[in-house]
Design a protein around this ligand. Structure first.
Ligand code: AR6
Length: 167
């Protein structure tokens, strides 16, 4: 089941939350900052040790002080206008996040922020379309997939995309 939640991803009681990380995995602003603040300083030590990683890839660490047991740190592309492979890289960031979740063996519920759709500048409509397409591909492997929006407008975009019949 794919559901939409509008609010702070760090509060979600799911097995894994996905972080929109930077290649250095060293923390930052936006959702990355919120996740590191809530998880505590152990998280930056654990994640930085696994970096740097390529855009489109992802690694998994414990969730430390978060309600979620795991954090999957995925690196989405920076938007450069759409002709530098951004769509493929964003799709890959979602795909590798799902791979890491399945690899953990105990992840039945997972929540995603809108990767790349903040500081990295990816147009929200297209980012949401890609996110939902990959989530649908993996829907049957999980009990819950949560599309976490931080504002109502993005929540509406997810709901609209989910109401459209898959192509
Ligand atoms: N819960 C859920 N979603 C959130 C939260 C939150 N607490 N806070 C922000 N968002 P961004 P990016 C939404 O900028 O574009 C960092 O510095 C936000 O509204 O966090 O992938 C990293 O270190 C937006 O829709 O990630 C990287 O350097 C979405 O999360 C860089 O930013 C993603 O926005 C990554 O940029």
């Amino acid at each position: 089941m794919i559901e939409v939640f509008v609010g702070d991803i760090t509060e979600l009681e799911v097995d894994a939350i996905v972080n929109a990380a930077s290649r250095a995995l060293a923390g930052g602003g936006g959702v990355d900052g919120a996740i590191h603040a809530a998880a505590g300083p152990e998280l930056v030590r654990a994640s930085r040790a696994l970096g740097p990683i390529e855009t489109g890839s992802a690694v998994i660490t414990p969730g430390f002080r978060l309600p979620a047991r795991h954090v999957i740190h995925a690196v989405g592309p920076i938007w450069h206008g759409g002709r530098q492979g951004e769509a493929e890289l964003l799709e890959r960031a979602y795909e590798t996040s799902f791979e890491r979740a399945l690899g953990a063996g105990d992840v039945r519920s997972i929540a995603f922020p809108a990767i790349s759709a903040g500081v990295y500048g990816y147009p929200k409509e297209s980012a949401v379309e890609i996110a939902v397409r990959v989530m649908r591909r993996h829907e049957k492997e999980f009990r819950r997939i949560v599309a976490c929006a931080f504002d109502e407008r993005t929540g509406t975009l997810y709901r609209r995309e989910l109401s459209v019949r898959p192509k």
